[in-house]
Design a protein around this ligand. Structure first.
Ligand SMILES: Cc1cc2nc3c(=O)[nH]c(=O)nc-3n(C[C@H](O)[C@H](O)[C@H](O)COP(=O)(O)OP(=O)(O)OC[C@H]3O[C@@H](n4cnc5c(N)ncnc54)[C@H](O)[C@@H]3O)c2cc1C
Length: 443
């Protein structure tokens, strides 16, 4: 269907939902809104699994929107300029992004639209408290999490926004076939039954988690063999749920609610750090080692392969890496252990691990990934000290005491087929510490 009425555009970014969506509501204020998702080049760097996930999320969104979600190939600037011309839009409404790539993208769109006299209007962000909203008493961005968390809690966030009038959505033609991208691995018939990708499924999942998982969250969130976490990171990464919606669903005044909100505050904190230090996406904020201290290329390649394929001989590391390869996700405790192992036991820079996670994770989020890697490596602003090194064997005893997680992902763990450890942890630990920069030389 081609537009016959004048309509502003809703530029769909990481806000793939209809409920509680200020950008969509702002677009509808013009009378009618045409939702558009530009299917651009950066997707070429995504894994097939993540692209398939995106295709299914968009398919579900389009179904929920009565067909009115256009997916068009091209850069956001080209796609939005053309769509604005088609609908006679005077403005494009979008959620603001704060990552270096997101900022570059929105600047390009703003400039291209301005040539046609169309305004780009920002409404909302993917965060409960957007980057740069809170600063410390001296007016500087927070460097450490705990004071940030206190300021975040007292700053607060908006109440969820209302529901849109879907009858006023305008359907533009799509030129990207989502079916083509939706097939990946075992789920070759996804578009006929996209229930698990729907926004409503995640809203229901949130209610279930609050009713039956939240109370035990503080105790269970670190246990690998127990389903003690919310699994909300993928819908958050795609914007199927806004953190504000989640925070509004948490019962007030309960310790478990605070423990859960604290994790959402980490998400906002990392976005804030990356916004103020865009170089942190690539460079250590506080380097721990000289460049030449890292393992040289050939040894690093061999160790990296063992790590990536889950064949290090350390069952918890291998379980985590196999979970990631098979499912596109990994438990947070395992993420910390495998990341520490790569950097501290294998002496491989965190950036290499972060790049692999970028390709493998469905819930990939640039700020969360890069800054969590820096946290584990001990190179971040709010760093776990670099000399605190996870022992993968004691971590397994503590967080997977009955070995349910390891046995689930490493079936051959107790057989001769399982590899010997590729490093001696005690020796690797000493090697890592001995090659660290002296305290005074750490930036
Ligand atoms: C090396 C490494 C890389 C990571 N990469 C990513 C990533 O690319 N994308 C991503 O969303 N998370 C990332 N995380 C954080 C965390 O592992 C996941 O958010 C979490 O495992 C998701 O599962 P959940 O939704 O069940 O979490 P829950 O424990 O149920 O937490 C609820 C929500 O809080 C937020 N949260 C929880 N822990 C963290 C954290 N450490 N940092 C920031 N936010 C957090 C997430 O949005 C999560 O969905 C990474 C962690 C590490 C150690």
């Amino acid at each position: 269907m081609t537009s016959t009425v004048t309509a502003d555009l809703w530029w769909i970014r990481r806000d793939m939902r209809l409920a509680d969506n200020p950008a969509l509501l702002a677009a509808l204020e013009s009378g009618a809104a045409a939702p558009v998702f530009p299917w651009g080049d950066p997707l070429g760097r995504w894994s097939g699994r993540r692209i398939a996930h995106l295709a299914r999320v968009l398919f579900s969104l389009r179904e929920d929107a009565g067909g009115a979600v256009a997916v068009r190939r091209g850069s956001p600037a080209d796609v939005l300029v053309a769509a604005a011309r088609e609908t006679g839009a005077t403005a494009v409404h979008a959620q603001r992004e704060y990552s270096p790539a997101g900022i570059r993208e929105q600047e390009a769109v703003e400039a291209a639209l301005a040539v046609s006299g169309v305004e780009l209007r920002f409404v909302g962000s993917p965060y409960a408290v957007a980057p740069d909203r809170i600063r410390n008493g001296s007016g500087d961005p927070y460097k450490v999490f705990t004071p940030y968390w206190k300021a975040w809690t007292s700053h607060g966030w908006r109440a969820p926004a209302g529901d849109p009038d879907l009858d006023r959505l305008v359907a533009l033609e799509s030129d990207v076939s989502l079916d083509q991208y939706a097939a990946h691995g075992d789920s070759s018939d996804p578009l006929t039954s996209p229930v698990e990708f729907r926004e409503s499924r995640w809203l229901a999942h949130l209610t279930d988690f609050v009713e039956s998982g939240l109370a035990d969250y503080p105790e269970d969130r670190d246990l690998l063999g127990v389903d003690g976490v919310s699994h909300l990171s993928a819908p958050l990464a795609f914007g199927q749920l806004h953190p504000r919606t989640i925070l509004a669903a948490l019962p007030q005044g309960e310790d478990a609610s605070a423990a859960f909100a604290r994790q959402l505050a980490w998400r906002d904190f990392h976005a804030d750090v990356l916004f103020h230090h865009p170089d942190a996406q690539r460079w250590s904020l506080t380097p721990t080692h000289k460049d030449e201290a890292w393992l040289d290329d050939r040894d690093a390649d061999e160790s990296f392969l063992a790590w990536r394929t889950g064949r290090t001989g350390f069952p918890l590391v291998d379980a985590g890496m196999r979970e990631l390869a098979e499912t596109g996700t990994m438990h947070n405790r395992a993420r910390m252990v495998v990341a520490s192992f790569l950097v501290k036991d294998l002496l491989i820079p965190w950036q290499r691990g972060a790049d692999y996670f970028r390709r493998a994770l469905i819930d990939y989020d640039h700020a969360q990934n890069q800054l969590n890697w820096q946290w584990v490596a001990g190179t971040g602003r709010d760093a776990a000290p670099y000399f605190r090194i996870f022992n993968p064997t004691t971590q397994a005893k503590k967080f997977d005491p009955d070995r349910a997680y390891v046995q689930r992902w490493v079936a051959e763990v107790d057989t001769p087929a399982y590899p010997e450890p590729i490093v001696d942890h005690a020796h690797a630990r000493e090697r890592y510490l001995a090659s660290a920069l002296p305290k005074g030389e750490r930036a």
